[in-house]
Design a protein around this ligand. Structure first.
Ligand code: AMP
Length: 147
């Protein structure tokens, strides 16, 4: 088995993400690897007026979203003893950003959560699925309990 040197933990901050976090932490300890975390603020249709209705989002909303996400990331970083420059907050498509950051930082293992999806989400493909199929490095999909 490879000796992982840099592990990237992708977190969405849902309640069940602690199991994914715990697994990434264990692996980083086991391999004495560097551990980084990433959260991606998903693209929002802030400027899309094609729906013909007022969209109740504005730039302040985005700023607030970024600030809250940054706080959550910093809290998790503190819990895991991860330095600020290894706490990555991005905006865009989670799958694309996770893969980009992993490649740019020579990550050799990405850890994500995975659950069985149904309906539209399955058709579109989940983040875990997207990362699994497009990343150049190993990907560990940690099974999440269905609620
Ligand atoms: P999903 O496929 O969207 O159900 O999410 C599966 C896993 O992908 C989550 O448990 C996270 O590890 C990761 N993930 C999903 N969304 C994000 C996000 N916005 N930022 C970082 N990681 C994410």
């Amino acid at each position: 088995m490879s000796n992982y040197k840099h592990i990237l933990l992708a977190v969405d901050f849902y309640d069940n993400c602690s199991v994914v976090t715990a697994r990434a932490k264990d692996l980083a300890l086991k391999y004495q690897a560097k551990l980084s975390i990433i959260h991606v603020i998903d693209n929002l249709p802030l400027t899309d007026t094609g729906y013909g209705a007022e969209i109740p989002f504005n730039i302040d909303f985005t700023t607030e979203l970024m600030a809250n996400a940054k706080k959550q990331l910093a809290k998790l970083g503190e819990e895991l003893a991860i330095k600020e420059d290894q706490q990555c907050l991005e905006m865009g498509s989670p799958k694309t950003e996770i893969i980009r950051v992993a490649e740019e930082n020579k990550v050799d293992l990405i850890v994500v959560g995975s659950h069985g999806r149904h309906g539209l989400a399955l058709l579109l493909g989940s983040t875990a699925n997207g990362v699994l199929h497009h990343a150049n490095c190993d990907v560990l999909a940690v099974r999440l309990q269905e609620n």
